[in-house]
Ligand binder design. Sequence first.
Ligand code: HEC
Length: 106
Amino acid sequence: MLNPGFITLSLAIGGPPSAIADQAAVQRGEKVVEEWCRDCHVRDGEDLSADMAPPYEMIVAVPGRDRAWFEKFLHEDHFPMTTFRLFETEKADVVEWLLDLQKRGK
Ligand code: HEC
């Protein structure tokens, strides 16, 4: 069942359904990142101390980081992130979020 908020939002945006779906994936991806990735990755503008990982704004700005690169990255074990076991749908959402961040950064 669609909740009224969703319908209002869709009408307000007025874009094609795929654009709305993408935006929903971006928002889900952001939640995954907030929940699982912020222990190590600093926010943009925060101090990057020795034991912290770079902010995503920096990561997505590196040349050559496209959808394929992010998808590959999320499917590899990556030290020290070897304990990460996201669901496939969560990985896909995180990729959408990263690509959206990259788009907004330009
Ligand atoms: C245990 C700490 C830790 C957690 C939690 C963590 N990361 Fe990282 N991540 C790192 C470190 C450290 C680096 C930088 C060193 C490296 O690239 O090996 C990094 C680098 C990255 C990079 C860029 C790699 C590159 O080559 O530039 C991406 C993309 C990334 N992490 C995504 C994520 C995502 C998505 C999550 C959440 C699912 C996450 N990380 C959670 C520690 C962590």
